[in-house]
Design a protein around this ligand. Structure first.
Ligand SMILES: Cc1c2[nH]c(c1CCC(=O)O)Cc1[nH]c(c(CCC(=O)O)c1C)Cc1[nH]c(c(CCC(=O)O)c1C)Cc1[nH]c(c(C)c1CCC(=O)O)C2
Length: 358
């Protein structure tokens, strides 16, 4: 196998035309001409052009139409001039693709018809093959042509966050069924997370082989766990995912919400870049994560509802805390809120670029 071959014979490293982009340089902790910016949930309901093209098309169906996925993915890049695109899809798409009966209900989130709670239920989680998600490969191919030197970020849900939706049957505040399974039947729990790690790894490999330049693993709800439980019951599965995609050489970003106490372990799980929410300043986050990793974050998304002066002052705070970092990708501390003024996002990109230009 040559240095440029992945395990399946495809190329490794990000696509050549994106290699020297500020985003990928920051992920690799190399010097950048300005701090790169992108926003979690940058494609979506904050954009009128998104609402227009999505009209009458259910969320999951829109993820299966390559032309529509391409158009929606490009919308925030054209409008805000962000430094990276994120592939328009959802964390539950691979589960739907292997035949799990689920839907994304507007204003609610993913809802699973029959929750997974027993050993017999596990059999419903079959392997994901590239054929199950051909529309993903097709859309990424189209996007690679359109994006030029702007990197495309692929993503997947981490095993814990996917398990939370599958076990609860939908969004949950306290994750009680999920934790009941985790504490009550550790063997079944470990097998469930391992299955999900396989599916997630396969989904990320499809995206990398189709041409994404980086991947983000969303463990959005893992902040509900104490560090000891994370280490014992979740980290092995997340590490399995990071190890599975490591040979491709694309940066791996690891993000969760309310993860202040977990940042060190989330870095240890195998990420190149650790995403931080707005609760921990980036300099403190860097101490918790340790050397050898870039950080991504972390402006509170709600700050965008305040005055331009307040947004700039809070942005300056983030940039000041990021000063000594080995690598910094500017982002919000969680996704763009649906009623955010899109112009505030455009201004924010410009502001960060100007303030950090060398
Ligand atoms: C937990 C999670 C989900 N999905 C995702 C996560 C992890 C990120 C996070 O922590 O916010 C990830 C996701 N979902 C979506 C993207 C697209 C790319 C992007 O970031 O722009 C990404 C990266 C599209 C989407 N996924 C969803 C929408 C909204 C649906 C719509 O526009 O009709 C979009 C644009 C639906 C969805 N899907 C999910 C939720 C909680 C919701 C919101 C439900 C609601 O409030 O309506 C599950």
């Amino acid at each position: 196998m040559s240095a440029n071959d992945s395990p399946s014979g495809q190329r490794t490293q990000p696509p050549a035309q994106t290699y020297d982009s500020p985003f990928l340089k920051a992920c690799r902790r190399e010097p950048v001409p300005h701090t790169p910016v992108w926003f979690m949930r940058q494609a979506g309901r904050s954009l009128p052009e998104y609402l227009k093209v999505r009209e009458g098309i259910p969320m999951l169906e829109s993820c299966m139409r390559p032309e529509l996925v391409t158009e929606i993915t490009l919308q925030p890049v054209s409008r805000h001039k962000v430094d990276a695109a994120i592939f328009f899809s959802d964390i539950v798409v691979p589960l739907k693709a292997i035949g799990i009966d689920l839907d994304i209900k507007p204003g609610v989130g993913p809802v699973v018809a029959e929750p997974i709670r027993t050993r017999a239920d596990l059999a419903r989680l079959r392997d994901l093959t590239p054929d199950d998600v051909r529309y993903v490969t097709e859309a990424i191919g189209m996007l690679s042509g359109e994006l030029g030197s702007t990197p495309l970020i692929g993503f997947a849900g981490a095993p814990f966050t996917l398990a939370s939706y599958l076990v609860e049957g939908g969004p949950s505040r306290n994750h009680e069924h999920t934790k009941a399974l985790m504490y009550g039947d550790p063997e079944l729990w470990a097998d469930l997370l391992d299955r999900l790690a396989e599916i997630t790894s396969a989904f990320l490999k499809v995206q990398i082989e189709a041409g994404v330049s980086a991947v983000q693993l969303f463990d959005s709800w893992v902040g509900a766990l104490a560090p000891a439980d994370y280490r014992r019951s979740v980290m092995p599965a997340s590490t399995k995912v990071f190890d599975a995609v490591a040979p491709y050489g694309v940066p791996r970003i690891h993000f969760g919400v309310g993860t202040g106490e977990l940042l060190g372990l989330m870095g240890e799980a195998g990420a190149d870049v650790v995403g931080v929410d707005w609760r921990v300043p980036l300099d403190e986050a860097a101490r918790r994560v340790g050397p050898g990793k870039a950080l991504q974050g972390n402006l509170d998304p709600a700050v965008l509802f305040s005055s331009r002066e307040a947004v700039e002052a809070k942005t300056d705070d983030v940039l000041a805390a990021a000063k000594g970092l080995e690598g910094h990708v500017f982002n919000l501390g969680h996704g763009v809120l649906p009623t955010t003024d899109p112009d505030a996002l455009t201004r924010l990109v410009e502001y960060v670029h100007t303030r950090t230009a060398v």
